[in-house]
Design a protein. Structure first.
Length: 404
């Protein structure tokens, strides 16, 4: 009788020491891997558990996190899925699971966290006994797994906060990309509309006054979305402004931009780009279309044409395989409408795209109107067409009207 009490006393002391060791490890904020190692060592060395396999479910998949006392092929052969419905300790027959005597479901708030398979616990002379094993193993495993789950949740929260901060920074950076003021006079008016697909998009538009006679208009769309796209477009904008201060030659500007994108994007980021420079004195519009949706130009408010001449998307080839500059002469007055593919690729409930035909129809419906009125009409048309369907991409519109 006294010997039995001594064994029970020793066992309680071992269990208490094990709990203290695990609790200390958790309080020291050790890594997930370290916590599993302590769990392993505590059961094997201190509590004399001879055979064990701990399976934890992650996103619907059972993974073995700790095992000892049996070969890996035995562990791999355990039909874990068959025990997902267990809520209490179950004794195992040899036909159910080789080498293991019991399966212990570890629950937390009525949710199954893990399954512990143990074997030969009755043969332990100084460690766990069959009666104490299941209860203590369940408690110890629960403590470890809840701690690991809390660490994951805390890490996810930190990651979400960091990502949110990155988005805020990227959004601020992107706001600096767009011109603060666009021309709005009787002779020349420019209006833009921008709607990112997510919080931060990869579209860009700009108006740059070169001198008293010339100005530049452009629109661009970078492959990818989110923070990387915004940062790439920020570099693109800075490079463009620097180049425009150095030269008005569009071929040089486009070739240099392509080189920088190819270099900084490692051939994995591409940008479609349309850029045009208009000279009021010469009444000439020079442009290059780099794989972008062709802008629509109404020449002298009469003839409509698409601006298609140019080259391929930027960042794909170095050097560019060809560059053709388009020239529109005798251009005394014009209406220019530019957009990114988020507009024409917007879909309705039937998966039908808005398309270029509807874009042209919307433009025709408000001929000779102000650019901001055209943009509003266009967005009203596409929003009615979508029937509540989400946009698949960023939407950017740049409209300009010049009168002599």
């Amino acid at each position: 009788m006294a010997e039995t009490k001594t064994i029970e006393s020793n066992l309680k002391e071992l269990e208490l020491n094990a709990l203290l060791e695990v609790t200390e490890a958790i309080n020291n904020n050790l890594s997930e891997e370290s916590l599993y190692k302590i769990y392993h060592f505590t059961l094997l060395a201190n509590l004399k558990v001879k055979k064990l396999a701990l399976f934890v479910e992650t996103e619907g998949v059972w993974n073995c996190k700790v095992f000892f006392g049996v070969a890996a092929e035995i562990v791999n052969g355990i039909p874990v899925d068959q025990f997902e419905g267990e809520e209490k300790v179950k004794a195992l027959g040899k036909t159910e699971c080789q080498e293991f005597d019991h399966v212990i479901p570890v629950m937390h708030k009525n949710q199954l966290l893990a399954l512990v398979f143990v074997g030969d616990i009755t043969e332990s002379e100084s460690g766990l006994t069959n009666n104490s094993a299941t209860t203590f193993l369940e408690a110890l495993t629960n403590i470890i797994l809840v701690a690991i789950e809390n660490k994951k949740l805390a890490r996810q929260q930190l990651e979400q906060e960091a990502f949110k901060k990155e988005l805020e920074i990227a959004k601020q950076v992107q706001n600096y990309l767009f011109p603060k003021n666009l021309p709005a006079t009787d002779q020349f008016e420019v209006a833009a509309y921008y709607q990112p697909h997510h919080n931060v998009g990869g579209d860009y538009y700009d108006y740059i006054r070169i001198d008293e006679d010339q100005f530049l208009l452009c629109i661009a769309d970078v492959s990818g979305k989110g923070v990387p796209a915004a940062l790439m477009m920020s570099n693109f904008q800075a490079s463009l402004h620097t180049l425009v201060r150095q030269t008005n030659d569009l071929t040089t500007i486009v070739s240099e931009l392509n080189h920088q994108i190819k270099f900084s994007g490692n051939g994995e980021i591409f940008i479609t780009f349309f850029v045009a420079i208009y000279s009021k004195s010469q009444q000439v519009l020079r442009y290059i279309n780099c794989g972008h949706n062709p802008p629509l130009l109404q020449v002298n408010f009469k003839e409509d044409m698409e601006l298609t001449q140019g080259t391929t998307v930027l960042g794909m080839f170095e050097p560019l395989p060809f560059v053709e500059m388009g020239i529109v002469e005798n251009l005394k007055e014009f209406y220019l409408f530019c957009y990114t593919d988020g507009l024409n690729e917007a879909i309705n409930l039937s998966e039908e795209e808005f398309g270029e035909t509807r874009i042209m129809k919307a433009i025709k419906s408000v001929e000779n109107s102000k650019p901001n009125e055209l943009n509003l009409t266009m967005m009203t048309a596409v929003n009615e067409f979508r029937q509540g369907q989400e946009y698949r991409d960023d939407v950017t519109i740049l409209s300009a009207k010049f009168k002599s």
